[in-house]
Design a protein around this ligand. Sequence first.
Ligand SMILES: NC(=O)C1=CN([C@@H]2O[C@H](COP(=O)(O)OP(=O)(O)OC[C@H]3O[C@@H](n4cnc5c(N)ncnc54)[C@H](OP(=O)(O)O)[C@@H]3O)[C@@H](O)[C@H]2O)C=CC1
Ligand SMILES: CC(C)=CCC[C@@H](C)[C@H]1CC[C@H]2C3=C(CC[C@]12C)[C@@]1(C)CCC(=O)C[C@@H]1CC3
Length: 334
Amino acid sequence: MERVVLITGANSGIGLALCERLLTEDSQLRLCLACRNMQRAEAARSALLTSHSNAHVDLLQLDVGSVQSVLSAAQEVKARYNRIDFLYLNAGIMPNPQLDLNAFFKGLFSRNVVRMFATAEGILTQQDRLNSDGLQEVFATNLFGHFLLIRELEPLLSRLVWTSSSNARRSAFSMEDMQHREGRESYSSSKYASDMLSLALNRQKNSQGLFSSVICPGLVMTNLTYGILPSFFWTLIMPVMWLIRIFTNTFTLTPHNGAEALHWLFLQNPESLDPRAKYHSLTSGLGTNYTQPRQMDIDEGASDVLYSKLLELEKEVRRKLSEENADEEISAVK
Ligand SMILES: NC(=O)C1=CN([C@@H]2O[C@H](COP(=O)(O)OP(=O)(O)OC[C@H]3O[C@@H](n4cnc5c(N)ncnc54)[C@H](OP(=O)(O)O)[C@@H]3O)[C@@H](O)[C@H]2O)C=CC1
Ligand SMILES: CC(C)=CCC[C@@H](C)[C@H]1CC[C@H]2C3=C(CC[C@]12C)[C@@]1(C)CCC(=O)C[C@@H]1CC3
């Protein structure tokens, strides 16, 4: 039977590499690339069809950072498919990243140097802003848009896979400020929230046959990392990065390597997976790829609280949207 796989943020980086890997694994697959920019989505589709000429590759317009776009895209998915075998929640942003060079050089000479290279703990901040739905942009894109998509498509779904990060950190997240309006680590906070949400979804939905997993792709050269340092600089320090890889294995560096855990999960029986584990894509010093589960630092109770808060926010945004639509209808009649 033809399996249907929907991937958000599939037009570049890790998402596009995953598409390549999945088509190599199963040429009968129906892939749906859910992207906000249709020109880039078309280019990704053409690239995939060049290497897999008989592949079934569909495109879907989806801006996960916009409530209206998620709701419209979900309607379109329901009209097109009667089930989604895998939903990869991969789209993500890190706007205006700032590297704290002082902390970086201090970290280089500390006991935590390996941890710093693996997680970027203490050396990276971002500047977030409100989007047109009145939500924090990073929260809306990396977490809430995906949550809404899951809620809309729930009856069609069986497997969810989140592209999280080693940068997800408990101390960056606050339940009182889940959108991270106050701090400067919105990326870390949103990724920690996705880890929590995955656990909560497993607790609430496994009995109904829905399973969620989280992965970390390692440090990968993509548009996201080129936003932190320019691509020529990364190319310049590539020999140093290969050296660091010997000590951490988290410097996967290429999108193909970064997609290792996403691909590996595609081959696993969901019941054999650990809901409290994050599955890491790792690459050894000799260039061998493998997947390793590592326990996440999460409370089950807190994950349930986050789930309830997201349901509340969902109600609020739906109410706001229907009020706005009603206002528009009234002014159209006038
Ligand atoms: N690169 C790395 O080292 C790491 C990356 N990650 C995670 O991996 C995931 C993929 O990122 P990566 O491949 O690195 O970076 P890219 O920037 O190459 O890919 C991000 C993808 O997400 C899409 N996207 C962004 N915002 C939206 C939106 N509002 N609606 C729909 N699609 C959107 C982008 O589309 P567009 O082209 O339109 O911008 C792009 O296709 C992210 O979740 C990221 O946080 C995690 C750990 C490390
Ligand atoms: C010599 C050398 C390799 C310098 C690079 C220093 C930093 C720019 C990187 C060190 C750890 C990196 C890292 C990320 C970005 C780049 C670093 C801060 C991520 C935050 C990218 C996105 C993620 O989701 C996790 C990554 C963790 C490690």
